[in-house]
Ligand binder design. Structure first.
Ligand code: FAD
Ligand code: NA7
Length: 540
């Protein structure tokens, strides 16, 4: 079919979340390139546009869950509480878009469907579901690592007469007050939805597959003095963040669990429990919870004791108590376990009593019970990291499809590039850092910006990571992951949450400090992991 002529640009950014917004600013306002961003969403904000479910809250503390590239922006950011709510983050990101005059360069409700690299011309041709075509030298994808929703398939789902929603595509018009609500899933998201919804719902049923370890978030209003101190400490904060592992804004512990007495250990756990925060509990208390099974069990036991103290009904307590490793993304909550003491909340263990079907009225479990519901909330997570990449057609050199290239699992060089796909840069691509994300996003956007500048200034047509560099990076990520307990827990961090998905390493667990140093080395040595093509060569 005839289509509109292609629009010529220097760069196309796909996605308008934390990553895409900063990238567009970098390309347009700092590098002076002609660039647009497209997003299939109806607004900017990415994660914070889509996840409008009740209780949606960051689990990074606000003072580090924002950009740091502009001190004035940092000083104006109006976080009121320690952790920040979805509406506040969405407002913030919209403010950023306006501050840097990016809005007119972002095409919303526009999904990229296809991107094809022409080796002779050194160009990407990008097509969208709105019939638009762009030709550009640089393609930057910020498709989101927790963005492609995972909707479970139960027989009869289409028959359900009420509303069936996924937390990552939350509708604007859904009010759960007075409703009979079923929540499938109890990860970070389910934990938040359940806690926020139980007080307003007529009845809430949690359909739980695996019990989770969670500690209090300890969310609270910040005093004026605290806000002032945070702003005054701008430089020290970001210096510390960039030189830490998880980039959460606290100093990670170097103390081994069994190097202190049992009483001291209890005191340290208790202090972390009272202060709040999942990452603090796992990484600020002791240095070996994520690596040493005995240390892990010691921390797990403390949380189990807390669950036993909180949950009144013995059977509910049994179902809520995890027995496996404490080795998923650490959760924190605003009264999750307490919620199960409410008379209007019930808990179904779907491992013992699986969901057999969905009917017009609700969910039927294997024991024959019909749980009558008005709303089914799927808090069932995401096809993480590569999910959105596999939902589009990206073709590199020699017409190689990204889906084929990643048939054994997603790989990259440095979390941002992949061999055979020249001048394509992924923000939070596979095997990028596992941290509080804005500082990693900034690190990547800045490296991508520098690399694009390098390509332009040295007269190159494109650069492409070598297959060898990519293989080595994958091995590095595997080695680091295997030195931790994380691969032993079935979670999205390794692609274990999606039926049929191959379990592979999907993150660089070496920490932000080390990651940044590897990126600097790559640039300083002159991009040894890449092959380059000069503009004078034209043959494909
Ligand atoms: P996203 O914000 O996911 O944006 C990706 C965008 O790409 C989306 O808007 C999507 O519509 C668009 N897109 C995808 N495919 C296409 C396509 N083919 N065409 C056009 N557009 C497309 N991280 C933390 O560090 N701390 C937290 O506390 C935290 N809390 C979270 C809470 C929730 C509920 C979720 C889901 C995630 C959370 N995260 C958190 C992770 C969060 O995703 C990142 O912090 C960050 O927002 C990612 O930004 P991004 O721009 O990379 O991706
Ligand atoms: P998660 O952490 O992947 O949690 C998904 C939850 O849904 C988890 O409890 C799953 O159980 C459950 N689940 C998934 N599929 C099913 C089916 N088919 N039946 C029953 N239960 C199911 O996603 P979240 O959205 O909570 O969090 C993802 C990240 O986003 C989080 O770390 C934050 O950074 C924000 P399982 O444990 O797999 O047995």
């Amino acid at each position: 079919a005839a289509s509109a002529p292609a629009r010529q640009l220097d760069a196309v950014v796909v996605g308008a979340g934390f990553g895409g917004i900063y990238m567009l600013h970098k390309l347009r306002n700092e590098l002076g390139l002609d660039a647009v961003a497209v997003d299939k969403a109806g607004g900017v904000g990415g994660t914070w546009y889509w996840n409008k479910y009740p209780g949606a809250l960051s689990d990074s503390e606000g003072f580090v869950y924002q950009y740091s590239f502009d001190r004035e922006l940092y000083e104006q950011t109006p976080w009121k509480t320690k952790f920040v709510t979805q509406p506040e983050i969405l407002t913030y990101l919209n403010g950023v878009v306006d501050r840097y005059r990016l809005r007119e360069h972002i095409l919303l409700e526009t999904g990229m469907t296809e991107a094809v690299f022409d080796e002779g011309a050194g160009n990407w041709t990008v097509r969208t579901d709105q019939g638009l075509t762009f030709e550009c030298r640089f393609l930057v994808t910020g498709l989101g690592l927790l963005s492609a929703t995972n909707v479970p398939k139960f027989p009869g789902m289409e028959r359900f007469a009420g509303r069936l929603v996924h937390t990552g595509a939350w509708p604007d018009d859904l009010d759960l007050a007075g409703k009979r609500v079923g929540v499938i899933g109890n990860g970070s998201t389910g934990n938040q939805v359940i806690t926020a919804t139980a007080p307003v719902a007529a009845h809430l049923t949690s359909f739980q597959r695996t019990p989770q370890y969670s500690v209090p978030a300890g969310n609270r209003t910040l005093t004026q003095q605290e806000t002032k101190t945070q702003r005054d400490n701008f430089e020290a904060t970001w210096e510390q963040v960039r030189n830490s592992n998880v980039a959460m804004g606290f100093v990670e512990s170097t103390v081994e669990t069994f190097s202190v007495s049992a009483e001291e250990r209890e005191r340290i756990y208790q202090r972390a429990w009272d202060e709040g925060g999942g990452f603090r509990f796992m990484f600020e208390t002791f240095c070996d919870i994520a690596t040493d099974p005995a240390a892990n069990e010691e921390a797990a036991k403390f949380i189990r004791r807390k669950i036993a103290e909180i949950v009144q009904d013995p059977e509910t307590r049994r179902k809520l108590t995890p027995t496996d490793l404490y080795a998923r993304r650490p959760l924190c909550d605003s009264g999750y376990y307490e919620t199960f003491n409410r008379p209007n909340v019930s808990l179904v263990n779907v491992k013992e009593n699986p969901i057999s079907e969905v009917t017009e009225q609700g969910i039927v479990t294997a024991d024959g019970t019909l749980h009558e519901l008005d709303v089914i909330v799927c808090a069932t997570g995401f096809d993480a990291v590569d999910g959105n990449y596999l939902r589009v057609d990206i073709r590199g050199r020699q017409n190689l499809g990204l889906r084929e290239h990643w048939s054994e699992g997603p790989t990259s060089y440095l979390g941002m590039t992949t061999s055979g796909f020249p001048n394509m840069f992924m923000i939070l691509g596979p095997n990028g850092p596992f941290t509080n994300l804005p500082p990693s996003i900034e690190t990547q956007v800045e490296w991508i910006g520098d690399t694009i500048r390098h390509i332009d200034q040295t007269g190159l047509a494109w650069i492409d990571p070598t297959a060898e560099a990519e293989r080595r990076w994958t091995e590095t990520c595997e080695e680091i992951a295997n030195a931790t307990l994380f691969p032993q827990a079935a979670s999205w961090i390794f692609g274990a949450n999606i039926p049929g998905k191959k379990r592979t390493v999907m993150f660089y667990l070496g920490g932000l400090k080390q990651y940044r140093s590897l990126l600097s080395e790559e640039t300083e040595i002159g991009y040894p992991g890449f092959t380059a093509k000069t503009t004078t060569l034209t043959s494909a």
